[in-house]
Design a binder for this molecule. Structure first.
Ligand code: FPP
Length: 262
């Protein structure tokens, strides 16, 4: 009931438009470094998260302006429950506050908001606010913003597998019908990631969009998340634009495909 189901499957990755894209269609961000940002200033970790929320607003606006179609932000992982109770409570409070304060701004900017992850563990109040936000913005078309909370890549693959198992059990499909595409259609985030950004300097995927990042370009910056802004996003996108995406092909094949499609 609370588990967010996917909408539609976008283009497959290995087509000419994905290879030639200058602006990544789907940007995903592991927002890391809030704690270190606060510590450097002798502040409590929660202050870092609050500044991080401001960076979220800046980044969403910049991404929409640049023509990014989908932005997925890792706001709270399945593993983040292990953090000190006051930090977890502070983050929940912050999510609720941001939902309220950014509601009109997001809607005015035609951003469609979805929360992806296992929402069962959140308070009814927060889930109601999430539902209202999703309902309000459901027809918006400028950009899709996925906020991943209580999300884990392994959880996502597992819930997709369970959905397919139920379809088999109901006699809707046979085990032979199960394909990569069908599995992907059941993921909480359906679209392949073009550009994965991680702030805070660590070179880890941290159980984020494991299936969806199969062919994404990976950009790590030492910048801490609260310092991230539109210019930093542009830098990441400039890096993306000069990458040759091969999707398993040779460089020559990629160039031939690009010529054909001109
Ligand atoms: C990781 O930094 C950050 C988080 C676990 C929380 C992310 C939350 C926000 C950016 C705030 C608001 C978000 C939304 C969507 C409203 P860390 O605390 O692990 O940093 P550290 O590695 O420096 O300790």
């Amino acid at each position: 009931m609370y588990t967010r189901a996917p909408a539609t499957l976008s283009d497959k990755p290995a087509d000419a438009s994905a290879i030639q894209a200058v602006v990544p269609r789907h940007v995903a961000i592991i927002m890391d470094g809030n704690g270190r940002w606060a510590k450097k200033r002798g502040m409590m970790r929660l202050m870092g998260h609050r500044q991080g929320a401001k960076a979220v607003t800046r980044t969403v606006e910049a991404a929409a302006r640049m023509g990014v179609k989908t932005l997925t932000l890792f706001a709270f992982s399945s593993e983040n429950w292990k953090r000190p109770a006051d930090e977890v409570a502070g983050l929940m409070d912050l999510f609720a506050k941001v939902l309220q304060s950014e509601r009109d701004n997001l809607h005015r900017n035609q951003i469609k908001v979805r929360f992806v992850g296992d929402l069962q563990r959140f308070s009814t109040k927060l889930v109601t606010a999430i539902d209202e936000m999703e309902e309000l913005t459901r027809d918006n078309r400028a950009m899709q913003l996925n906020i991943a909370i209580n999300y884990g890549g392994r959880w996502d693959i597992c819930q997709a597998a369970r959905a397919l198992a139920l379809q088999v059990q109901a006699g809707e499909i046979t085990p032979e019908d199960i394909s990569e595409e069908r599995l992907q259609e059941q993921l909480a985030v359906v679209e392949d990631v073009d550009l994965l950004i991680r702030t805070g300097g660590e070179q880890r995927i941290s159980n984020f969009l494991l299936y969806q990042c199969a062919y994404s370009e990976f950009y790590v910056t030492d910048k801490l998340w609260p310092d991230f802004d539109g210019a930093a996003l542009q830098e990441a996108c400039a890096y993306f634009a000069q990458r040759e995406r091969r999707f398993g092909m040779t460089s020559e094949q990629v160039q031939a495909l690009a010529t054909q499609s001109k």
